[in-house]
Design a protein around this ligand. Sequence first.
Ligand SMILES: Cc1cc2nc3c(=O)[nH]c(=O)nc-3n(C[C@H](O)[C@H](O)[C@H](O)COP(=O)(O)OP(=O)(O)OC[C@H]3O[C@@H](n4cnc5c(N)ncnc54)[C@H](O)[C@@H]3O)c2cc1C
Length: 431
Amino acid sequence: MSYSGYIDTYYADTLGREKTYPTLTGQLNVDVCVVGGGFAGLNTALSLAERGKRVVVLESKRIGWGSSGRNAGFVAKGYAADEDYLLKKLGLEKARQIITLTQNARGLIRKRIDGYNIDCGPVIAGVMTASWRDNDAELKDYVKKSNDNFNTGFEFWPRDKVREHCKTDKYYGAVYSDADYQFHPLRYVHGLAAALESKTGRVFENSPVLKIVKNGTKNGSGWVAETKNGSVRCEHIVLAGSVYIDDLDKKLKNASFPVQTYIMVTKPMDDAALAGSINTRHAISDMRFCSDYYRRLDGGRVLWGGRVALWSKPKDIAGMMLDDMHKVYPQLKGVAEPEYSWAGLLAYAPHKMPQLGQIEPGYWYATGFGGHGISPTTVAGEVIASAIAGGDDTYKAFEPFGLGYAGGKMGRYVAQLVYWWWRARDHISVG
Ligand SMILES: Cc1cc2nc3c(=O)[nH]c(=O)nc-3n(C[C@H](O)[C@H](O)[C@H](O)COP(=O)(O)OP(=O)(O)OC[C@H]3O[C@@H](n4cnc5c(N)ncnc54)[C@H](O)[C@@H]3O)c2cc1C
């Protein structure tokens, strides 16, 4: 843990002059209390404040301390579950509705960056997803289907073009999306909090919610969120604590399992080394089930992420990420040196879709965003806020992805086995 209360990451080190928020003391009365100061909580709170609601965010540690301040910073449409799954489960019309929400969210994030002057750049357009297999025809089909069904604006990139950007013989064709982009996620977290406080919202850090009491307000309705030194009385409460929710709500806790994933950031490299390897500022990932995801940062650094595990943190995250990088770019052996490395925890439901809605009237939840959460947490904020503030029922589009039991410890073991199985298949099919 660094002096600032964040774990030691590149993002915490480059946050700049951050604001800290007080610990809750005493009693507050508001319209809505949001538990959790990650993207899900802050987006919901800001969307509520934009609709004139008085809202408080209570965060256990620092805002963005969880996944939201540690991720790779790819802002993309869609969800952790893929388009084929959504088409099969929902049919074209409903799949289109639910995917369009993330396209709108991606636009809303840009609008907020500009409108609230959020300093989370450089914001760089373009995410390329490369194939490790020689399967251009398949990729072209996918691009056409996705563009036709969901108006995604994807482009097929042939091998020569891919290799202008990525000097590796591992990649063949790719799918490129110019509407997706990258940013500094922890600075965006702080921008959201500042925007919220410029309206009708307040943020409290180091204020874990220990208990939620029903019908606790003076007129016997609503909810009370209790912390060690204070409480918030409200008509609506929104739980957005991801995997850290613990026993605050057992149903929510048991409806997803925690998954770890890892990031390493290198020391600065010189221009020639980068031009001969990652010769692009677009964000890159690949199409293997267990993909790498990476991008160049300012000052010649590279952020490299990948792998997942369902228990026990590996001893040498940096070494593991470096091995993965060398597989794609052997020319960086002895050149790329790690400076930061960290793990983050994701909440995954077995269906890989966000879980959002109401457990009972006035008791809302937004969780399960998995490894693809920046746009979907913005969707969650918008649909929950418009339900609370205006009675809109768009959030019901997520009802098919409910709060089933995720299998407890056994569910995690099964998921780990599935991951290893897919990793072995990746290895067999592409080496
Ligand atoms: C390494 C990594 C890379 C990723 N890369 C990407 C990417 O490139 N693009 C993308 O879209 N997504 C990415 N993701 C996923 C994305 O970061 C998450 O889906 C998203 O941040 C989830 O937001 P959240 O608010 O649900 O959870 P979190 O950010 O984890 O926030 C939950 C917060 O709730 C607080 N909390 C919990 N319980 C309580 C309580 N009782 N009282 C008060 N506060 C509480 C916690 O302290 C925490 O701060 C990545 C994730 C990781 C870990």
